[in-house]
Design a protein around this ligand. Structure first.
Ligand code: ADE
Ligand code: ZN
Length: 347
C-alpha cells in the first residue's frame, strides 16, 4: 500500500533534524506575544491572538520582501524585560526540539531585542545565551547561537556586535550573520568587521541572493568570507557564481516557505531547490522564521517532497549536509554527521 500524506508527515516529523537558519525573532509563540502584550500593556491596535496574528505573521498576504521584513519591526515591541527575552528564547529552542530538531543554530539580532528599552547589547546577549543553555538542559537538543547584524546598521554598530559575539563564544555564540534588505544595503561596508571576526574564530553566514542579484552572493563569499549563504536561490542566474559556490564548498541555507512569502521565488513548484541539488551544490533545508511563516521544519521537508519532487533520500542527504556545514569544531562536525547518517539510515 502506498503511504498516505499523514504517514509521510509522521515519518518526516520523527526524523532527527537540523536547522541552521532560524531567527529567534521569527520564532515567537502567538500565545506568548499575547501574554506579553497584556502584561506589559503594549500599545497595539488589539491584544487578542486573532488580532495580533496579521501584525506578526504573513498569513495569506501577497508575497513581498519588504512586507515580510516589516514584521520584525512590529515584533521589536515585544521585548520589554529580561524575563520576556529569556522566555521567548527558551520557547524557541523548546519548539524546535518538539519538532525533533536535534541540532539548532539559532540566530538573533541583539539590536532588535535591546533597542526599544535601551538594554546594553552585552546584557541581552547574556540573557539569550542563558535561556538557550536552560532549554538545552530540559530538551533533547543541542543549540548554538549566531549573532545577526542588520545591513542597515552602521559599521560601528556592526563592530560592536562582533565584539559582543566574540565575548560570548564560551556561552554558545559560534558565528555572525548579515541580514536585512540586500536590495538597498550592500555588504561591502562590513568587510573588515566580518574578516576580523573570521580571523578570531567566529564562523560567517550571509543572507544574499535571496531577492537580490547573484553578485551579492559573490560579494558575501569574496569580501565577507561567508562559509554559508542564507537562501542564495538567485545564484542560478550566474553560472560563474554557481561555480564559486561549488569551488569554495559553500553551503546554501534554503528556506522554501520564506522564499515564496518574500517573493524570492514565484511558487513552490518553481522553487530552484531541485536544480541546486542537481548541480551538486551543498544545500540544507531550514525554516527561517517559523512563527512569521507559520511553518515547522517538518512542513519545509513536506513541501519540498510534495511540491518540488524532492525524495526522502535527498531530504536525509540535506540533513547530513547541514551537519557537515554546522558551525562547530571539525571533530564535532564529523562526529555529528556520522551520528545523523547512522540515525537516518533507519528512519
Ligand atoms: N531577517 C529575517 N528574515 C530575513 C530574510 N528572509 N531575509 C533577510 N533578512 C531577514
Ligand atoms: Zn533569514
Amino acid at each position: 500500500m502506498r503511504p498516505t500524506i499523514e504517514d509521510t508527515r509522521t515519518r518526516l516529523c520523527a526524523l532527527p533534524k537540523i536547522d541552521l537558519h532560524r531567527h529567534l525573532e521569527g520564532s515567537l509563540r502567538l500565545q506568548t506575544l499575547a501574554e506579553i502584550a497584556q502584561e506589559h500593556e503594549i500599545d497595539l491596535p488589539a491584544r487578542a491572538i486573532k488580532d495580533l496574528r496579521p501584525l506578526v505573521t504573513v498569513g495569506g498576504e501577497e508575497p513581498d520582501f519588504h512586507r515580510f521584513l516589516e514584521k520584525f519591526r512590529v515584533l521589536r515591541r515585544f521585548y520589554p524585560t529580561r524575563e520576556a527575552v529569556e522566555r521567548i528564547t527558551y520557547e524557541a529552542v523548546a519548539d524546535a526540539a518538539d519538532d525533533n530538531v536535534r541540532y539548532l543554530e539559532l540566530r538573533f539580532n541583539p539590536v532588535a531585542l535591546a533597542r526599544a528599552q535601551g538594554f546594553p547589547l552585552e546584557e541581552v546577549t547574556r540573557w539569550v545565551c542563558r535561556a538557550v543553555e536552560r532549554a538545552q538542559r530540559d530538551h533533547d537538543i543541542r543549540a548554538n547561537l549566531i549573532v545577526q547584524i542588520g545591513r542597515d546598521e552602521t559599521v560601528e554598530t556592526a563592530g560592536e556586535l562582533a565584539r559582543v559575539a566574540l565575548a560570548h563564544r564560551d556561552a554558545g555564540v559560534v558565528g555572525l550573520d548579515l541580514a536585512g534588505d540586500e536590495e538597498r544595503f550592500p555588504a561591502s561596508p562590513f568587510k573588515n568587521v566580518f574578516r576580523r571576526a573570521r580571523g578570531e574564530g567566529l564562523h560567517v553566514t550571509v543572507h544574499a541572493g535571496e531577492v537580490g542579484s547573484p553578485a551579492n552572493v559573490e560579494e558575501a563569499i569574496e569580501d565577507l568570507q561567508a562559509e554559508r549563504i542564507g537562501h542564495g536561490v538567485r545564484c542560478l542566474a550566474d553560472p560563474h557564481v554557481v561555480e564559486l559556490i561549488r569551488e569554495r564548498n559553500v553551503t546554501l541555507e534554503v528556506c522554501p516557505t520564506s522564499n515564496v512569502q518574500t517573493g524570492a521565488v514565484q511558487d513552490f513548484w518553481r522553487h530552484p531547490l531541485p536544480d541546486l541539488l542537481a548541480l551538486g551544490l551543498r544545500v540544507s533545508i531550514n525554516t527561517d522564521d517559523p512563527s512569521i511563516s507559520d511553518t515547522t521544519l517538518t512542513d519545509e521537508y513536506w513541501v519540498a517532497m510534495s511540491a518540488m519532487r524532492i525524495t526522502l533520500e535527498q531530504i536525509k542527504r540535506a540533513i547530513v549536509t547541514a551537519a557537515e556545514a554546522s558551525f562547530q569544531p571539525r571533530e564535532d562536525r564529523g562526529r555529528m554527521a556520522a551520528w545523523f547518517r547512522r540515525e537516518l539510515q533507519s528512519g
